[in-house]
Design a protein around this ligand. Structure first.
Ligand code: SF4
Ligand code: FES
Length: 275
């Protein structure tokens, strides 16, 4: 058999339709797999050729939209970013992400997750609102200042860190690694002045202090973020503020308006000649 030849793999998929089933059950499908076939492609094969009722969420197919998080052989992955051959197994077990309510088959309800994300005010807050509402120039920020939070801007809101987190599994009110990491992302951004408001939201029993630093979120994040680090940095900020060691954060100024007008670049002349 050549490297690119097709072999048959069993996908054992958890099925659950709350309108018909009292409990979830598994269904097995034989799918053709060649080099590079992703788990998502295997599921699409089932949907298109074997059972059109199989339900899962997908959109970008390139690890950007965060839609296709699922448990593959008991570990959370993005299905579009995971090749079947990585598992070196003739059978893969596929289940919906844990710690989230199941809507149908592999689709979980992400609304509570997004509501928690929204609750930590994931946007730039300035005390002086005029510049936000009628901007005249951008807020200045050096590459070093950007570096303090840049990795956390890459979150695709897939929910995988929540599904890997043992605290999220035991405490339904826990804000969770995604929201806490986004809280740090905005607090560390020197264009933002909303950290006092956000600190009140996360300085709670179900906020940063309930993180036991298992590190499972950072281990599982498919985008390489380190939410566990963000939570520890939030704890450090809260502690240094509580004992009076925290320096006042300097928020970034507005850049000077650009006054000189750019010289117009002449439209290039056509060089192709009609024959
Ligand atoms: S931190 Fe990582 S795992 Fe968590 S939602 Fe964002 S991208 Fe997904
Ligand atoms: S389909 Fe968008 S992340 Fe997988």
């Amino acid at each position: 058999m050549t490297e690119d030849s097709i072999k048959q793999i069993t996908l054992k998929v958890q099925r659950y339709n709350p309108e018909q089933d009292s409990t979830p059950h598994f269904q097995e499908f034989l799918v053709p797999v060649s080099r590079g076939t992703t788990v998502l492609e295997g599921l699409l094969y089932i949907k298109e050729n074997l059972d059109s009722t199989l339900t899962f969420r997908t959109s970008c197919r390139m690890a950007i939209c965060g839609s296709c998080g699922m448990l593959i052989n008991n570990y959370p992955h993005l299905a579009c970013h995971t090749q079947i051959e990585e598992f070196h197994s003739d059978t893969l077990t596929i289940k919906p992400l844990p710690n989230l309510p199941i809507l149908k088959d592999l689709v979980t309800d992400l609304i509570p997750f997004f509501n928690t994300h929204k609750s930590i005010k994931p946007y730039t807050i300035r005390h002086e609102t005029e510049e936000m509402e009628n901007p005249t120039a951008e807020f200045t920020q050096t590459p070093q200042e950007l570096e303090t939070f840049l990795q956390f801007t890459y979150c695709v809101k897939c929910g995988i860190c929540i599904s890997a987190c043992p605290t999220s599994a035991s405490d339904k009110l826990f804000l969770g690694p995604q929201a806490l990491a986004q809280c740090y992302r905005y607090c560390a951004d020197n264009r933002d002045e909303g950290w006092q408001e956000r600190f009140l939201l996360v300085d709670t029993d179900h906020g940063v202090w309930h993180c036991h630093l298992a590190g499972a979120c950072s281990e599982a994040c498919p985008k390489g973020l380190d939410p566990a680090l963000a939570i520890q940095l939030l704890k450090r900020r809260l502690t240094s503020q509580a004992i009076g060691l925290r320096k006042k954060q300097q928020s970034s100024p507005v850049a000077s308006p650009i006054t000189e007008t750019k010289a117009k670049v002449p439209f290039p002349e056509f060089t192709a000649k009609e024959s």
